[in-house]
Write a protein that binds this ligand. Sequence first.
Ligand code: NAP
Ligand code: ZN
Ligand code: ZN
Length: 343
Amino acid sequence: MNTYGWAARDFSGILSPFHFERRANGDKDITIKILFCGICHSDLHFAKNEAGMTSYPFVPGHEIVGEVTKVGHNVTKFKIGDKAGVGCMVGSCGSCENCKQDLEVYCPEMIWTLKTFGGYSENMVIDEHFAVLIPNSLPLHGAAPLLCAGITVYSPMMYYGLCKPGQHLGVVGLGGLGHVAVKFAKALGMKVTVISTSPSKKNEAVERLGVDSFLVSHDQEQLQVAMGTMDGIIDTVSGPHSVLPLINLLKTNGKLIAVGVPTEAPEIPYIPLIMGRKLIGGSAAGGMKETQEMVDFAAKHNIIADIEVIPMNYVNTAMERLAKGDVKYRFVIDVANTLNSSF
Ligand code: NAP
Ligand code: ZN
Ligand code: ZN
């Protein structure tokens, strides 16, 4: 199927219109007319080949929501007209230990959406297993970022047991992932502290997102006062940073969970971990079963991302702004209404 979208051609990351072929809809596939697509920082890392893994032309986009326009003979989960979401992955082997435990994202043969033509495009053809149903109550533009930002913070909160009422969660970096983590944690009845490089984000974080406390990461006095108070921390930071101050914020047995992919790997100091029986872990997005659970949880608690909706031809400016942290808190492209007019 001939499809159009926007692609980066080289490590400048600049996107421009691009035509390509999608496979025909197979028996287990659905075709989705893409309505909205979020701009995750991973799109930016990949567009600029910051991880050295990009193949050009690169069509970004893995926070995809749209309407099902075609279903294969063996499709059971979707019917035409349903709203579907696609996130970080589009395939896996289906038979390994991870796949059997609904942990497709850890399958050695898992296919990242970022390694295919993604959601800054007209449509998508995907095995129904890798799409979730978007409940009707969720506004689609605000739901799009749940498909990556949402599951990437929800999954480690559940797996590492950082989801209990009354626990104290630190969220490092108040960006796309971070602000959704705050929303999930507040819905779960947790105490939330944001640790941020941006003092200008404080008022809104407290007043609108309801965070209980806000620490500026370069303010040693603030960090000192909060030492040893957190059960867990979700680190969403996309740039170079030190993890020692974060380890110090944890209680004994506290857990620091990395989900952000900093452009330079931080040094891990062992002694403060040993002295507090603390743990550093990581987490990549989440499996498909859990992604559906997360979307349903979001619908139940009215959680959507705070977004700035943009037309397709604003995408390069949006990427520049994202690199500077100038977005509250997620750009979402209005694909259906603006892709055509951008040609
Ligand atoms: P984002 O919207 O740009 O948010 C990242 C936030 O980190 C910024 O808003 C900023 O918050 C803080 N930050 C940025 N540079 C920093 C630096 N040099 N030092 C300290 N803080 C800095 O990005 P996002 O879309 O949430 O993604 C965050 C990271 O997660 C990216 O690296 C992305 O690739 C990664 N990611 C991982 C997965 C996964 O599966 N594990 C999935 C999706 C995304 P403050 O202004 O509050 O400091
Ligand atoms: Zn992402
Ligand atoms: Zn597998």
